[in-house]
Design a protein around this ligand. Structure first.
Ligand code: GTR
Length: 375
């Protein structure tokens, strides 16, 4: 494998193909891209048991006006899926701006925190999902909770979509889908719905996740190019941060604490990041040429802001093959200061002062970038 030296890192070179050939054109990249996607399936997140199920239906539970002082329409949709092991339901919550021309662009949050962060009645308001603010900026605010797809615990892959779609009684392969892949699958089923909702401009939908949800957003965006924008907030290990040379959480630490998140095969890289056939800058590059937004927080050393920033720099050459700017300051060694988001290119990045969290400041930056690039 060809390596590229970047900052303190030695990482697999994105622009060297499987036969050692140089990738210098968009056409060559489009052949290389599915190979990289396949490597992530095989070695990192695992392979989905199913794509869009034949039995998938959308049930409108509620559609009501007058929310947010009359500025929003609320919809609650049950996305119901069936497989050999039973039925599952993703409860989608959607607030759509009432007072502007529709269809509107949308931000879909993969909520990995407490359910209250996405309160349908707006009694509880949260900076983690500031729906009023998102709507005030002219975007629909959509969210679902990960537990509707797969509970976030190591249940032996019995519950959630694994129980519904994995054949019972058969030993799981090393590349079977883990829980992050399951959540990403859920976000794609929400996209199946959004694509049919006439109030939503399906060509301008962003998938957003924080931390484990950010890892999920990246894997979702890599596989599902219907998302025009992919947002990784503080996603760290197994997300936007390169694994080789990473500080804070390592492949071994994450696999030991969260054995259900990744594929079985990923465990064989515990303490052996250098043996991985991919690294996470290659995952970021799978978003190209779409808009990608990566964030770090100054105190989030567990995620490693440097490893997240460098991954953006290293993914940028793929955007350049499309004639687009990737990270605006690609090549600059130092991260931008907090409060100075880099948003000129199709890879946007900011460092926020503070802890591991998703805040209204982060949302305001995502929306600024969407205003700039998705119109
Ligand atoms: C941590 C985990 C991180 C991150 C975080 C979160 O415990 O080590 O990888 O996913 O949880 O999701 O908030």
């Amino acid at each position: 494998m060809e390596h590229i030296a970047a900052g303190k890192w030695e990482l697999p070179d994105l622009l060297t193909g499987s036969e050692g050939e140089r990738i210098t054109t968009r056409e060559q990249w489009q052949l290389r891209r599915p190979e990289i996607l396949e490597l992530f399936r095989q070695h990192v997140y695992g392979r989905n048991a199913i794509d869009r199920p034949a039995e998938l239906r959308f049930e409108t539970v509620d559609r009501s006006d007058g929310w947010m002082d009359g500025r929003a329409v609320r919809k609650q949709i049950n996305i119901v899926y069936e497989g050999p092991g039973g039925t599952g339901v993703i409860r989608l919550l959607l607030f759509i701006p009432a007072d502007i021309h529709r269809p509107v662009p949308a931000f879909l949050l993969i909520n990995n925190r407490e359910e209250e962060h996405i309160d349908p009645d707006r009694t509880i308001k949260s900076a983690f999902w500031p729906a009023e603010y998102i709507v005030s900026r002219g975007y629909a605010a959509a969210a679902f909770h990960v537990a509707d797809v797969d509970p976030d615990d190591h249940d032996g892959f019995i519950n959630g979509v694994h129980g519904i779609f994995d054949p019972p009684g058969i030993t799981r392969e090393g590349d079977a889908w883990g829980t992050i892949a399951a959540w990403a699958w859920g976000a794609s089923r929400v996209m199946d719905y959004l694509a049919e909702d006439p109030d939503i401009d399906a060509n301008r939908v962003a998938v957003v996740g924080h931390s484990r949800g950010g890892k999920t957003a990246l894997w979702c965006g890599a596989q599902d190019d219907r998302f025009a924008m992919v947002v990784s907030n503080n996603s760290g290990c197994g997300g936007a941060a390169v694994s080789r040379g990473k500080q804070g959480e390592t492949v071994q630490a994450i696999n030991e604490k969260f054995p259900h998140w990744f594929s079985g095969n990923f465990k064989s890289y515990n303490g052996k990041e250098n043996d991985l056939p991919v690294d996470q800058h290659m995952l970021l590059a799978l978003a190209a040429p779409r808009l990608l937004y990566v964030t770090s927080a100054t105190e989030d050393t567990w995620a490693d802001p440097d490893a997240e920033y460098w991954a953006c720099t290293l993914a940028s050459p793929v955007y350049e093959l499309y004639g687009l700017k990737g990270l605006a300051a690609a090549g600059r060694r130092e991260k931008p200061d907090p409060g100075y988001p880099l948003q000129e290119g199709r890879i946007a990045y900011h460092l926020r002062a503070g802890k591991h969290d998703l805040t209204e400041y982060d949302w305001s930056c995502f929306i600024d970038a969407a205003d700039r690039h998705l119109q």
